[in-house]
Write a protein that binds this ligand. Structure first.
Ligand code: DLL
Length: 434
C-alpha cells in the first residue's frame, strides 16, 4: 500500500534530527515556563535547577516531575503561561472526583493539536475523499474537538455527531456514507452490534476506525474489525498534554507513533522516578515542547507502557509506544495480586465471549471477591447446543491461569450489561465504599 503522510518531512525526519529539534524546543520551553509561570519557577528553584542548566534533551532528567496533584493545586490559572487574552479555548478532563483539570489553548496550540490529529487520520488512510464520522463526545472532553479539527485539516467531510443516539448514528453512517469512524473502542463495539441488529451491515461504507481514550486489547480490535468490516487504529492522548493525537497508529497497527516534534516521552519507574531504558515497562511521562498556553514539563501520566525505536515499515521515524496496558490507578489488588481489567478482557474474548462485560470486586468476611458478568454472544444465545456451564468453567480456568487467582464468572443474556457511549465503566469496586 502506498504510504501517505500529513507532514512527510516531519513524520519521516531522521531520528538524530528529531532529537536536535527536541533539544532546541526544550531549551526555549523551559525558559518560557520559568519566566512566565510562578509555580514552575518555585518547583525548579526548590530542585536547584535554572533554565541555563537545560541545554538539550540530555538534561531533561534534571527537571522536576509534575503530577495530577500539582495540576489540581494550580487550578485554575496557576500553570497558565500566556495571558488569558491570548487563550481561545479550554478543555477539561473527564475525571469525576476531586477538582477537574482545566487545560488552556492559544490559537497556535489548537492549530498544532489539529495537525497531530490530521496525521492520525491520514495514517488511517484518510483524505479529502473521506467522510469522517466523529462520535467522541464534544464539549469539555477533547475527543470530539480534536478529531473534528484534524478532519478539517485533512479536508475530509466531517460529521460532528458527538456521542449517543445510536440509531441516528447508524442512519447517518449509511445515508451519508461515513468511511472513517472515530469513537471509543467500547462504543465502536456497540455500534457493531447495532449495525448487525438493524440489518444494515451491507449498507455501510466504513473502511477504518480511529479508536482511543480508553485501554482496549488486541482481541477487542479483532472483534471490532470483524463486526464493522474495517481496519481499527489506536489513538492515544490526554487532556493535560493536548488531547487525542499525542500518538497514533500507522498501517502496521503495532504501537503508536508519538508526535515527537511536539512531545518528549520518557518511561520511568513509578516507584522511584528513575528513567528507564527503551524497551522497559514503566510510567509514561510527557514534556510538551511546543504548547504555549499550558505547557507541561515531565508530566506523569500514570499510564503504564513501553517505548520502542525499532524501525517501522511505514517510514515514520517517531518513537512508538505500545498499547498502554492500563493506568497504574486502574490496577486492582485482589487478594494481594495485581490484576488489570485488560487481562480479564483478553481471556473473555479469547474464549469467544462478547465484549460486554463488567468486573465486580468486593470484600466479604475480609476476603476479596472477584465476579465477572459477561454476556453471551447472539450466536451462542441462538445455539441450542451451547453449554453455559462448560463455558463458565472454561473461562474460570482461563482466568485462573492468566491472573493466578480464582474468579467467579456469570454468563448473562444478550443486552443485560449497560452499553457505553464514551469511556466504558468496566470495574465496580465496592471495597472503596468502606
Ligand atoms: O481520553 C483523550 C483522547 C480522546 C484520546 C480521544 C484518544 C481519543 P482524557 O479524558 O484526559 O483524554 O484521558 C486520558 O485516557 O491518560 C489514558 O489513561 C487513557 N487513554 C487515552 N487514549 C488511550 C488509548 C482522552 N489509546 C487518559 N489506550 C490517558 C489506552 C488511553 N488508554
Amino acid at each position: 500500500m502506498e504510504q501517505r503522510y500529513y507532514q512527510p518531512d516531519i513524520e519521516t525526519m531522521p531520528v538524530e534530527k528529531i532529537k536536535e529539534l527536541q533539544s532546541e524546543r526544550l531549551v526555549k520551553q523551559v525558559k518560557h515556563v520559568y519566566d512566565n509561570v510562578e509555580y514552575y519557577r518555585r518547583k525548579m528553584d526548590e530542585k536547584g535547577v535554572k533554565p541555563e542548566d537545560i541545554r538539550g534533551i540530555e538534561d531533561l532528567h534534571k527537571l522536576p516531575f509534575l503530577c495530577k496533584d500539582d495540576l489540581r493545586d494550580a487550578y485554575p490559572y496557576g500553570l497558565l503561561a500566556k495571558p488569558l487574552s491570548e487563550c481561545v479555548r479550554i478543555q477539561s478532563t473527564s475525571g469525576t472526583t476531586g477538582r477537574r483539570v482545566v487545560a488552556f489553548y492559544t490559537q497556535h496550540d489548537i492549530d498544532l493539536w489539529d495537525e497531530c490529529c490530521a496525521r492520525a487520520i491520514v495514517a488511517a488512510g484518510g483524505s479529502n475523499e473521506d467522510v469522517v464520522h466523529v462520535c467522541y463526545g464534544y464539549g469539555l472532553f477533547t475527543g470530539g474537538p480534536g478529531l473534528n479539527g484534524g478532519s478539517h485539516k485533512v479536508g475530509s467531510l466531517t460529521l460532528p455527531m458527538s456521542s449517543g443516539n445510536t440509531e441516528r448514528q447508524v442512519q447517518f453512517m449509511t445515508d451519508l456514507g461515513s468511511t472513517i469512524l472515530c469513537c471509543t473502542p467500547s462504543y465502536a463495539a456497540f455500534l457493531g452490534e447495532a449495525v448487525a441488529q438493524m440489518g444494515v451491515r451491507d449498507q455501510i461504507k466504513l473502511k477504518a476506525g480511529i479508536f482511543g481514550a480508553e485501554a482496549w486489547t488486541e482481541e477487542m480490535r479483532q472483534q471490532i474489525q470483524e463486526s464493522l468490516g474495517i481496519k481499527a487504529y489506536d489513538i492515544y492522548g490526554l487532556t493535560e498534554i493536548s488531547g487525542p493525537g499525542v500518538s497514533f497508529e500507522c498501517c502496521e497497527q503495532n504501537g503508536m507513533h508519538i508526535n515527537e516534534d511536539h512531545f518528549i516521552a520518557e518511561i520511568i519507574n513509578p516507584e522511584t522516578g528513575e528513567v528507564l531504558p527503551e524497551g522497559e515497562k514503566g510510567e509514561l511521562v510527557f514534556t510538551s515542547i511546543t504548547k504555549e498556553a499550558f505547557p507541561l514539563l515531565r508530566y506523569r501520566t500514570r499510564d503504564l507502557c513501553v517505548l520502542t525505536r525499532e524501525k517501522c515499515s511505514c517510514g515514520r521515524t517517531h518513537i512508538r509506544m505500545k498499547k498502554p496496558m492500563g493506568r497504574s490507578d486502574d490496577m486492582m489488588i485482589i487478594r494481594g495480586v495485581n490484576v488489570f481489567p485488560s487481562q480479564i478482557e483478553t481471556v473473555l474474548l479469547n474464549k469467544g465471549m462478547s465484549v460486554n462485560y463488567q468486573i465486580m470486586v468486593d470484600r466479604v468476611n475480609n476476603t476479596d471477591t472477584l465476579d465477572i458478568n459477561v454476556e453471551v454472544t447472539p450466536e451462542q444465545a441462538a445455539d441450542s447446543g451451547f453449554d453455559r456451564e462448560a463455558k463458565t468453567k472454561e473461562i474460570e480456568a482461563g482466568l485462573r491461569s492468566m491472573l493466578g487467582i480464582g474468579a467467579k464468572v456469570h454468563l448473562t443474556d444478550v443486552g443485560t450489561i449497560v452499553r457505553s457511549e464514551g469511556k466504558a465503566v468496566r470495574v465496580i469496586d465496592k471495597r472503596k465504599l468502606y
